[in-house]
Ligand binder design. Structure first.
Ligand SMILES: NC(=O)c1ccc[n+]([C@@H]2O[C@H](COP(=O)([O-])OP(=O)(O)OC[C@H]3O[C@@H](n4cnc5c(N)ncnc54)[C@H](O)[C@@H]3O)[C@@H](O)[C@H]2O)c1
Ligand SMILES: O=P(O)(O)OC[C@H](O)CO
Length: 333
């Protein structure tokens, strides 16, 4: 049965670039927003400056956003956005599971697959917050673009289509459009897979392989993202939508992407240990997990496989490119 949710108070867990940008979106959509971060010093600096200088510099925090390092605001929220990296999601979900308001839906805004368990983000929530309805928000959206109010369109997914629609309506602003769907699996797979492929596109760009090679990688990358998605129950239309093709195109074509930038640094010859520049590149953590899953379902993912081999130190950049070019000729599907 679908309940009608009235969301007035929104809790954002995680004050990184994306959490801070989404807190501003929710505030602009008319809600009171509590923005939680674990580090009290960071919270004090955000509250003092009304800017998250560490993670989203140059963007003023909306007056309706209250930063805090205690749990009170999150406990009172009737909609929760979980915006920590995928590999931290389980721990953070476990921490908050006992204190959230009963019935408050949880929207995961992270893009990845958990290492060790190979679980998709909604399954991490199913395990750690039993009985709570998970939703997933994903799609082409750089935190800075969204925070500056540039036009952005994303997908909001929940198994309960009406819930996805209600969350989409609650978060929408004139510049932030949410398309809703019940294909939760498709949406979380698109967001996870594109990060790994963006590293490959970055490597090609950093190595100077040219725009034609970049386009080939996007198209063949999308072919493997789609094969993987279909094997795990995603709908084709979802994979061709914002949180698949849309996000792949964004992330594979912009140095603003931390995944693409990691690839560029690798392609230019920077050692692995320094290539991320200390920034979060989700694809670097998701690569081994997505390949594990692909192997189990016999899905061929040569580009992701090359990225994983490079990140694990099993293959150098030249070797990875040779491997991809030396693959047997095949049909295009
Ligand atoms: N930045 C973007 O443009 C963007 C856009 C869409 C989706 N995302 C996704 O959002 C997620 C978060 O990315 P981000 O850009 O905000 O990263 P970020 O590096 O800016 O911030 C991550 C935040 O999570 C916090 N964190 C990490 N582990 C934690 C833990 N155990 N407990 C509490 N806090 C913890 C960190 O302190 C940090 O503030 C990623 O999955 C990313 O793919 C990011
Ligand atoms: O900086 P990236 O590579 O994490 O990309 C950010 C968003 O996921 C783009 O949609």
């Amino acid at each position: 049965m679908t309940h009608h949710h009235a969301f007035t108070r929104i809790g954002v867990i995680g004050a990184g670039a994306w959490g801070t940008a989404l807190a501003n979106v929710a505030a602009r959509a008319g809600h009171s927003v509590d923005l939680w971060a674990r580090d009290a010093h960071h919270v004090a600096a955000i509250a003092r400056d009304r800017v998250n200088a560490k993670k989203l510099p140059g963007i003023a925090l909306d007056a309706k956003v209250s930063p805090a390092s205690d749990h009170a605001g999150i406990a009172a929220a009737d909609l929760i956005l979980l915006v920590v990296p995928t590999q931290s999601l389980r721990g953070v979900a476990q921490r908050f599971a006992p204190i959230l308001k009963p019935g408050a839906p949880v929207v995961v805004c992270a893009k990845g697959i958990e290492q060790g368990t190979d679980l998709f983000v909604s399954d991490i929530i199913a395990q750690t917050m039993p009985g709570r309805q998970p939703a997933v928000l994903s799609g082409p959206s750089f935190a800075h673009d969204v925070a500056r109010g540039l036009p952005t369109a994303v997908t909001i997914a929940a198994s309960d289509a009406a819930l996805a629609e209600q969350i989409g309506a609650a978060l929408a602003t004139p510049s932030f459009r949410l398309y809703h769907t019940d294909d939760l699996r498709g949406v979380e797979i698109g967001g996870a897979a594109k990060n790994v492929l963006a590293i490959a596109c970055g490597i090609a760009a950093g190595r100077g392989l040219g725009a034609s090679a970049g386009a080939a990688l996007v198209a063949r990358g999308f072919a493997e993202l789609s094969r993987f998605g279909r094997a795990f129950g995603a709908r084709g239309e979802t994979l061709m939508g914002l949180s698949g093709l849309g996000d792949l195109v964004l992330t594979c074509g912009s140095i603003q992407s931390r995944n693409f930038a990691l690839g560029v640094a690798l392609g230019e010859g920077m050692p692995l240990a320094r290539a991320s520049g200390g920034k979060l590149a989700e694809g670097a953590f998701t690569a081994s997990a997505i390949l594990d899953l692909a192997r189990k379902r016999h899905v061929e993912m040569p580009i992701s496989q090359a990225v994983d081999a490079v990140l694990a130190g099993r293959l150098d950049i030249g070797g990875a490119i040779d491997t991809l070019l030396a693959r047997p000729l095949r049909g295009e599907g």
